[in-house]
Design a protein around this ligand. Sequence first.
Ligand code: ADE
Length: 233
Amino acid sequence: MNKIGIIGAMEIEVETLKSHMQITNTLERASMTFLEGSLQGIPTVIVRSGIGKVNAGICVQILADIFQATHIINTGVAGSLNAAIDIGDIVVSTDTLYHDVDATGFGYPLGEIPQLGTLTFTADAEMIARARTSCETVNPDIKVFEGRIVSGDQFISDPQVKDTILANFPGSCCTEMEGAAIAHASWLNHIPFVIIRAISDKADDSAHMDYPAFEKAAAEHSARLVEHMVQHL
Ligand code: ADE
């Protein structure tokens, strides 16, 4: 039987999903509160991981070990790296990587963790397709893009940093702070995953203004999609 692990880094990204859930069990681990139960009748565990790569990786491992999650979905917000992808639009990951890993001095491509054997973490094709269909069903007025999501322990609000990320990883759709770590930990545990992010800002010098203004609406776009999607996995 499926058990869907749903991760948001921040409360604002999971609060609506939690309020719609029938909770049967609550577990505290690693300072995170895991809510187990059902969402739209589907067995689900919803958790706020906290921000950044370490929190995200720990969170997935607990979902794997304690809850035997069969699928991992990350819902949340991100900064756009593509002028065509606007605030409020949704990005569904095809793959993810770390924009802040650098072992080039050790002979590895930028972004690749030494000895891991991969630069990118590929999302599950069926989950990508379901996410797109769900978005078109519940958010018909919102544009949905599929593409690469890059992550790092950095809030990107400097146009030069944005340009550097894009020069290093051309074609990336958006940037955030957990997706690649969630993908990495899911990949290590052989759990299919997808990262779903709604755009809250443009990851440039307007980000500090746009982010607080659009964070809530963007988080809701993504969560609404996820609530529909869990019923179709
Ligand atoms: N999450 C939302 N916007 C972001 C940005 N500009 N950088 C990193 N993470 C984000």
